[in-house]
Write a protein that binds this ligand. Sequence first.
Ligand code: ADP
Ligand code: ZN
Length: 629
Amino acid sequence: MQSNKEITFKEFVNNYLTPGMVEKLVVHNKTNVEVHLKPSVQQTRGKVTFKIGSVDVFEDALNAAQEELQINKKDYLDVTYMQSTDFSSLEVIVDILFIGALLMFIMWEASRLSGKGRGGPGGFFGVGKSTAKIFQPNSNVVVKFSDVAGCEEAKLEIMEFVNFLKNKDQYLKLGAKIPKGAMLTGPPGTGKTLLAKATAGEASVPFISVSGSEFLEMFVGVGPARVRDMFKEARENAPCILFIDEIDAVGKKRGGSRVMGNTEQENTLNQFLVELDGFSSQSGVVVLAATNRIDVLDPALLRAGRFDRQIYIPLPDIKGRANIFKVHLGILKTDLDKDQVAKKLAALTPGFSGADIANVCNESALIAARDLNEAVHASHFEQAIERVVGGLEKKTQVLQPQEKKTVAYHEAGHAIAGWFLEHGDPLLKVSIIPRGKGLGYAQYLPKENYLMTQEQLIDRMCTLLGGRVSEKIFFGKITSGAQDDLQKVTKMAYAQVTVLGMSDKIGQLGYRQQEGSFQKAYGEETAQIIDEEVRNLVAKCYDRTMDLLTEKKDLIDKVAKVLLEKEKIDKSDLEAVLGKRPFAEKSTYEEFVEGTGSMDEDITLPKGLENWNTPRETKFSSNSDRLFS
Ligand code: ADP
Ligand code: ZN
């Protein structure tokens, strides 16, 4: 074999591009150019190759070179392309071995899935097998609907799905098409999974449960294979409920960013859609899926005939929280009246999810046990709430005296601003003991409004700015301690300008930016106006807070001193310094729920859902007979 000489493109142009030397050029794999010399030349020069970075650049450069050498256009070199492998290169051999192994693996998988089916240890590590867990009816699924508190509407919807399985004629005879599935959406920890589990407990049909992330594997083809296998399992167990948690893991919008590795998820999603469409509404399988990221889901998933229904499970309101507390207080040992405790805690925990509440109850028992108490006391619940809101107290973290002072005046600034602004949130507690999430900590009772006026938003922003303003007033310099406050303020200001139509210059426009998309719905000029408006709004709030706190400087000073002395103060301490707050405020459960009916859950079932989890005797007493006779 002749020697192989690798040269550069420049050498090629200088030494070989004269007419009569080269027969043609062959580009291998878009990177290696093999120079086919005329036979007579090859005798003396051997084999010549050179590397290129990009085919387009190469062609342009080659043409330019030939033009410069004034070669006749019709004598320009022929360039052909080949997708081939050069076996003399070690890397390529490794590649080929790898691809071969992969092919063998895929063939093995395919034959296993199509041929032998499931059972046994299941193929090559069993990776293509469904990872879903099946709960047979009457097995030890202990969750019941009574364990899920405060989402009556969702329960009703789900009961209806079970009824679809048990009594489908009730619907079919009226000409209704039975929905194939429902999507449970809502913030994390609101009980979506719990509700699905309870459905299994109550429905007395098999319940197949899987998490979307279980379809994502590093091997090509595993995801779709698992999807196929899971649906097969569901069909074999019909009538049954198939529950897919975290469906966003597989159900993300397709064709977004074309990054490597996306395609496997897309294949999995495609397979999922194909299987879903393959169900007839009579197949006896109801698919429930859960996500807290409905905005990232591929619209194809939510089209009619797929997840027809969306069941939104919001964060619980005060009544819901009281009911959830009741459920979780159930097993705790306490001398307190549990109903009263549930109501009281519900009033103290706006914004908490069901999971947070479960956490508080468990934490309180742990805190009580730490000091060898016989029962959980009120103070343990309070500590548990503080801990869930603010993280662990770091009693050992050493703050320099000056730092401690700064934190005290910062927190006092928040407290005073909130106290004297009409729409400020009532304060529960301020502390300057460092916690997991910050140096100081203030707990407020935000009103649970469903509508916010601009005045309320602005008062809230001013309260947030109170910390920094107080630092400025007392120390003349500012610290990094306001970072979190400023982020919240900025977010609120942007929301008012771009989403809520509360800026005069932008007007009544609501630009909702799609999450994950970089495209703005407005032009450069508008973007500038938005930035300007946001800055003006925050500046206005800052000035207002500065005026207020300058006026109340003495009071801040007093509060800060109490805070430095006690480290932790609550509303009664503030009242001792400031007198009663000049605005009426609600703080107890009874005040919050006044005029909204009883606390008890309201599940009166419509007639068609009575005995929803047992098949009814259906007589085909069709009215149509009478119509036509
Ligand atoms: P999600 O699936 O919505 O993220 P989970 O169902 O996993 O939330 O909830 C986590 C835990 O929080 C549950 O195991 C339960 O202890 C508690 N929880 C949440 N919502 C409720 C509720 N409505 N009633 C009682 N407990 C709840
Ligand atoms: Zn602050």
